[in-house]
Design a protein around this ligand. Sequence first.
Ligand code: 13P
Length: 251
Amino acid sequence: MSRQLIVAGNWKMNTNLKEGIKLAKGVSKKTKPSDPLVIMAAPATHLHAVAEVVKDIPGIQVAAQNCSQELSGAYTGEISVGMIKAIGAKYVILGHSERRQYFKEGNALLAKKVKTVLDNSLLPIFCCGEPLAVRKAGNHARHVSKQLREGLFHLSKKDFAKVVIAYEPIWAIGTGVTASPEQAQEMHDKIRKMIVRKYGDKIADNTTILYGGSVKPANAKVLFSQPDVDGGLVGGASLKADDFVKIIKAR
Ligand code: 13P
């Protein structure tokens, strides 16, 4: 799979079904085939309906925000890869910092989830990123390297080539404090070099690395024009069709 420009919206736990369908329709109406690939990560209760809205639009895909590492069974409240695939979603966000922080998902669990997703023909959007204290101590590259080594680097070359990475510094998520284009580029370059060391130049060059953390219409263009920033994973600004469309068209 080659490096692809992607703008993904992570709706998190926002919108009811009616609002979600309206948002999906609003975005669909304004996207063109020449735009980056658009992914909408809707809440699980909306996935089927949102997938129906976008099913005939080749440039838009749907993502789940999480999934179980188990295939089926007595796991109350969980959602399986089979369920996600059956409603027409193609991607699953894994390892978002909110899942790591509030639901204690660690790298070992995420390594299993990544494998389950790939083994069942879905594609992971694997999130990584450091908290503020780690950034202040200058240990951000080490922190992200550990997340990649323990959460992703068990994959074969063939599987790794299907992964999308999202670098989301925690201090930039929902805070309005965006990483500067230089900070984003520096970390994306480091991530690509980590991939070079593990999987070689070709795979690293083809890996899509998204930036996430207070991406807005006003800063998307400068962030996305960095050579190693291949688009964004957008939270708050993906909840307004007009703002999200501006971000999609920013580059
Ligand atoms: P915000 O764009 O609201 O900062 O959220 C980013 C994010 O967490 C996307 O996954």
